[in-house]
Design a protein around this ligand. Sequence first.
Ligand code: BJW
Ligand code: ZN
Length: 245
Amino acid sequence: MFSEQLIRKLKNAKIVAVLTGAGISAESGVPTFRGEEGLWKKFRPEELANFDAFMRNPTLVWEWYNYRKKIISEVEPNPAHYALVKLETLFENFYLITQNVDNLHRRVGNKTIYELHGNIMRNRCVDCNKNIEKVNFTNEDDLPRCDCGGLIRPDVVWFGEALPQQVLMNSFIAASKSEVFFSIGTSAVIQPAASLPLEAKQSGAYVVEINTEPTVISNLVDESILGKAGEILPQLVNKITIGLS
Ligand code: BJW
Ligand code: ZN
């Protein structure tokens, strides 16, 4: 399943970076965005994850986020998340870049995590930008509001919005200096995150994709491993730790 070249590179590598997407949490029971599974009440994520949609119908968008927050609070991290914690201990520098907002990488204890698209557990005011920890939202007449009167929104990155600048810059630096770069459980279609594997490749990294299906970058990477992240990653960790004490 793994090439000898990959195992040799990993055994010698000092700098490894990983990009994760919704697929890594699929085995925990968190729905992915695209494909049949991505639909919620017949809306496509693209129709809900944008500021205009929120201002037009904040109730609908909050319902979607509350539905997802409930799922996320009830699921557990899966073997793929745990394997990345183990992987982090094996290299001098290990960067975990995630598009996911589900907090699962934090829950298992990875240390260097770059959250490109925010975190669903955080909220902020659309007017004064203040962070607001708890929101209570039960019905349409009770939309969460800040002290200043502004609507409160989830602290995530929607279409057309800039990603957190420092996090994005750090992610590109990590991709460009990595010796081995993994793209795991992402369809690699959403920019600018989707450019990270290419940045790594152009900078000389050995780029590996792990996904249940081929993606738009499968032909560009050095190695494309088809299968579930929760099955492949633990095997990979075993393989590179053989002989290490
Ligand atoms: C498994 C598995 C298992 C399943 N094991 N695998 C250049 C060209 C064209 C367009 C653009 C461009 N640059 C920017 C754009 C516009 C836009 C964009 O990319 N549009 C595309 C439609 C092309 N990008 C943006 O708008 C971004 N902003 C931006 O660029 O701003 C510029 C700016 C600068 C300065 C000022 C102002 C603006 C922002 C993008 C934000 C994306 N946000 C979302 C929602 C986050 C909040 C939330 O969660 O609600 O992020 S959209 C959604 O997609 C979410 C995800 O993080 C993201 C990526 O999805 P992901 O993770 O890849 O999931 P899926 O479902 O697509 O794929 C899952 C994969 O897993 C599949 O491949 C399965 O096969 C696999 N899988 N089970 C392994 N067990
Ligand atoms: Zn406010």
